[in-house]
Design a protein around this ligand. Structure first.
Ligand SMILES: CC(C)(COP(=O)(O)OP(=O)(O)OC[C@H]1O[C@@H](n2cnc3c(N)ncnc32)[C@H](O)[C@@H]1OP(=O)(O)O)[C@@H](O)C(=O)NCCC(=O)NCCS
Length: 166
């Protein structure tokens, strides 16, 4: 099993996580966006069949505002630098094998490494629905809701660093 950056060799057509938007992003946008360095997409593959994508993540450096009056808003102000986990998806034939967890851990490692050289206050995810919030909270209860609908979650870089150093 390995996680590597997306290339033309990866079979993007046959990936199906059950969400058309996430399938289409992988098929049509991920590689081009990666080539332009707008985002970075990492795919999980099996050593025996290295072209088949089991799951993927897309990360992008971004900015975030925290809820007015919150401790995070007081601490960091506005337009706060973060790393957005813009996509995370696992092929539906592979669900429940721990690959989502593995990819999330990889994203956190990448964010910590980047923050050590250029800063960044944490990882932000925009959950598609409240079911997915459960997945992130199961990983660590330190994910904090920072939007009114509770679907945008922030994991402070201090927590990310602890996860990486465990
Ligand atoms: C959400 C998703 C990434 C999870 O991937 P996965 O590989 O099946 O998850 P894992 O096997 O790593 O699961 C890790 C843990 O989270 C739990 N979990 C998985 N999905 C969950 C959910 N929706 N709510 C609560 N817990 C969930 C698992 O039961 C498992 O717990 P355990 O370790 O105690 O058994 C995957 O189902 C997926 O791609 N869904 C469609 C796309 C999507 O919604 N992406 C998220 C965009 S924000």
């Amino acid at each position: 099993m390995k996680i590597e950056t997306i290339t033309k060799q990866h079979d993007r057509k046959n990936f199906d996580c059950g969400h058309e938007e996430l399938n289409n992003y992988l098929r049509s946008t991920a590689r081009q966006s990666d080539t332009k360095r707008s985002t970075r997409t990492w795919v999980l593959v099996d050593d025996d069949v290295p072209t088949a994508i089991l799951g993927y993540i897309t990360l992008v450096p971004s900015e975030q505002d925290f809820p007015e009056g919150s401790k995070a808003a007081r601490t960091f102000g506005k337009n706060v630098p973060i790393y957005r986990l813009a996509k995370l998806a696992v092929d539906k034939n592979q669900s429940g094998n721990g690959f989502g967890h593995l990819l999330l851990t990889h994203a956190i490692h990448l964010a910590v490494a980047a923050s050590e050289s250029v800063g960044g206050t944490g990882v932000v995810v925009d959950c598609k629905n409240s079911d997915v919030v459960g997945f992130y909270m199961r990983y660590t209860e330190h994910f904090m809701p920072i939007s009114d609908d509770g679907l945008t979650l922030w994991l402070p870089m201090t927590v990310c660093a602890k996860i990486v150093n465990c």
